[in-house]
Design a protein around this ligand. Structure first.
Ligand code: SF4
Length: 728
């Protein structure tokens, strides 16, 4: 007997029975079909026929459900009831399909909701949990038109936004000054007692406490100090937080340490956490806290985490999951024709902190180079390797965009970064020179965009020094002369509380050097609270940062705690981000943003004023799919007995992909958390879940169009269609 056959025999709980009764009472026709069906097949046919006859006028829904490729235009014609019609028919079409579930270490998940209901009605078995029945009750309410999609008005969204102060709020700045003082005093005590011994950080004999404080405050402004004193153990973390962590949290952190999960929290970032929670900012630091404090699920899964990004597995000379041939194991990652990621063998492989939902937890399982900053210094052979890697970009027919990241691109020393940027310049110039000999239509793509991926703006803004900005400014000046026109800092701000006076100053320095800053938010549970992301967009705009992507948390059960279901990502897009929607008439204005990064704060303000927008909703809400790339084009096609939804994703048809996409087909994602579990978690975070009404209904998404800031400029010539370095 298979595991699923065993599960079929499990009696449902009393709570499930009660919920089943509600489902049947509200849907007498469903009850009749279930009771009169001799088996699950008859039950499925009965439900299908009922839907087709009862809702025969909803032609748009039936057409959309059977379309091979779904278009945004057709998606926008659908009504709220149509979503339910489509989901029920999809459930029936996908009934009985088995999917390996990486959330359960590869166990087989089977979706067969009509069968689960039929077993429950006829035999009281099927093992379906309350979360499953709650989702089904909501589905049929949506079908009957009882649950509605209520789009909140702008005032409501702005009220939600007000719940979250920013890190530049003077009251928060004052609290952080207290935090900094507490941390500094602890470090002074440790240096005095000899617990910390370091030649660089010692006090001259006999100086007063006041003088020590003065020295410490000067060190605080230097990023090296924070890397040096980064906290690497649970005990020290708790001590620095004034012993404010509760015993349950500490137990998880000790277990994390035992399991080998690295800790790396620098003093500046730690000072952003509240120890004394102020009445006006209750829960405001949760998105930061959940990035530092690991979850039980992460600890339990560590050692069993499987890689999400299949195309990041590289064997030189063999095509990766997207079909690209790459020159080295660990330095170039590529999914799309136009862009590839370069990861240098430098300190840039580390970060200024470790984000708990980071996909690099997978790599940390091997214990290799986990925040060992000395061992990450570049070796002597790196310059030669760097040249070879950039030759790959130089000779490729399609690459026009290079994203230097890590880890964190700005963890590299100024010297390493300058050498790398100089090498990028040489590569781009050679690419351009070689094109002169090629006829129109056979020319290669030339480099138009250079990006640096970094979270230093939030982890350690002290890293954005005048020296660093000078390097970036100089690069921009000379690279502009050879046709590179987009210079982007791709950052990762997670919470309005991370935008501080220090990070705002760092942002000003970067934009002052002519680099535009764009943000990639990870939509964790804490970040998914009503108004949180909308407020973040506003606060970032104030600092001259443009939202770029809002990403569903990737990974499997290890990220269960931080995972917010895709339904919430769609809801956020349609109910909150909508108040910052930029209409097409303003597209010409936003297109100019990257030519004028130095004045970005003024440009954003002017557009917000003229278009009467509280923020610019320039980001796309998406999931970064293994192999397929960024998309929010999905439908819920199944549901497990535990109420976890099974989503079928399609790729984003509006962008260029490797031709392998035609072979790949659609991608199945099984969510690690049911909608009901997510709502319960929000309740524990203090949310009023009545504000999330309609969440269950968001069972479909369609990828949003890209705002033109993020388009590549047109070439004045035609490039070849030939794709090099590809084997499909
Ligand atoms: S900054 Fe990015 S790469 Fe570094 S730990 Fe955070 S998510 Fe991971």
């Amino acid at each position: 007997m298979t595991e699923n056959e065993k599960l079929d025999r499990i009696a449902i709980s009393v709570r499930s029975h009660r919920l089943l009764r509600v489902l049947l009472r509200e849907n007498p026709m469903l009850e009749t079909i279930m009771r009169e069906s001799k088996n699950e097949i008859e039950a499925q046919i009965g439900v299908r026929n009922w839907i087709h006859s009862e809702y025969s006028s909803r032609k748009d829904a039936f057409r959309f459900q059977t379309d091979k490729v779904t278009r945004r235009k057709n998606f926008e014609k659908l009504t709220w009831n149509d979503y339910a019609i489509i989901r029920i028919l999809d459930y029936i079409d996908h009934a009985g399909i088995e999917y390996p579930d990486p959330n359960l270490r590869g166990e087989i998940a089977v979706s067969n909701p009509i069968r689960f209901i039929w077993l429950a009605v006829i035999k009281g078995t099927g093992g379906a949990k309350p979360e499953f029945f709650i989702d089904m009750i909501q589905l049929f309410r949506q079908l009957r038109g009882e649950s509605r999609q209520i789009i909140p008005d702008r005032d409501t969204v702005e009220r939600w936004m007000e719940m979250y102060p920013s890190g530049v709020d003077p009251r928060i700045v004052e609290l952080r000054r207290e935090n900094r003082e507490r941390i500094i005093n602890l470090l002074i005590a440790k240096i005095d007692s000899g617990e910390i011994r370091d030649a660089r950080y010692t006090f001259p004999e006999g100086i007063s406490h006041g003088e020590k404080l003065k020295m410490m405050n000067e060190w605080w402004d230097n990023y090296r100090f924070h890397l040096h004193f980064a906290i690497r153990s649970p005990d020290l973390l708790n001590e620095m937080l004034g012993h404010s962590l509760d015993p349950d949290t500490m137990k998880i952190l000790y277990d994390a340490e035992k399991a080998g999960i690295p800790f790396f929290v620098n003093p500046y970032y730690l000072s952003l956490l509240h120890v004394r929670v102020p009445y006006f900012a209750i829960g405001a630091d949760l998105a930061i806290r959940h990035y530092i404090v690991y979850s039980r699920q992460l600890v339990d899964e560590f050692g069993h985490i499987v890689a999400w990004e299949k195309e990041d597995k590289v064997v030189p000379g063999e095509p990766n999951a997207a079909g690209w041939l790459l020159p080295s194991h660990n330095n170039i990652h590529r999914r799309y024709p136009e862009v590839a990621i370069l990861i240098p063998d430098t300190m840039g492989r580390a970060c200024g902190g470790l984000c708990s939902p980071c996909q690099r937890m997978y790599d940390f399982q091997s214990g290799h180079l986990n925040f060992d900053l000395d061992r990450l210094k570049p070796s002597e052979s790196w310059p030669e390797k760097q040249r070879k890697l950039l030759k790959y970009f130089e000779d490729d027919t399609q690459l026009r965009d290079i994203l230097i990241t890590g880890g964190d691109a700005l963890m590299s020393s100024d010297r390493s970064l300058k050498e790398l940027l100089d090498a990028v310049y040489e590569m781009a110039r050679n690419k351009r020179e070689k094109n002169r000999q090629r006829p129109d239509g056979e020319k290669h793509a030339e480099i138009q965009r250079v990006r640096l991926g970094t979270r230093m703006l939030t982890y350690l803004p002290q890293r954005i020094t005048p020296e660093l900005t000078e390097i970036l400014g100089d690069f921009k000046k000379k690279a502009s002369e050879i046709g590179i026109s987009q210079f982007l800092i791709q950052t990762h701000v997670e919470s309005p509380m991370e935008v501080t006076p220090e990070s705002s100053q760092a942002a000003r320095r970067l934009t002052g050097a002519g680099w535009l800053i764009t943000n990639q938010l990870v939509f964790t549970t804490a970040a998914s609270r009503r108004g949180h992301t909308a407020k973040l967009r506003k606060v970032m705009n104030d600092a001259g940062i443009l939202p770029y992507y809002t990403f569903t948390v990737k990974g499997y059960m290890e990220n269960n705690f931080n995972f917010a279901p895709n339904a919430r990502v769609v809801q956020e897009q349609l109910e909150e981000k909508i108040i910052g929607k930029i209409e097409k008439e303003h597209y010409e204005t936003v297109k100019q943003f990257s030519d004028n990064a130095e004045n970005i704060v003024e440009s954003i303000d002017a557009l917000r004023r003229s278009a009467d927008l509280p923020f610019l909703g320039t980001d796309r809400n998406v999931l970064n799919l293994p192999g397929v790339g960024k998309s929010l084009t999905f439908r819920v096609v199944g549901i497990t007995r535990y109420g976890r939804r099974i989503l079928e994703f399609d790729h984003d048809i509006t962008r260029t992909h490797s031709p392998i996409i035609n072979k790949m087909g659609k991608m199945i994602i099984i969510e690690s958390k049911s909608i009901h579990e997510y709502l319960r978690q929000l309740e524990e975070l203090g949310e009023d879940i009545s504000q999330y009404e309609g969440l269950f209904g968001y069972s479909m998404g369609q990828t949003e169009p890209r705002v033109p800031i993020y388009e590549y400029p047109e070439y004045s010539f035609n490039i070849t269609k030939e794709m090099s370095n590809l084997e499909v």
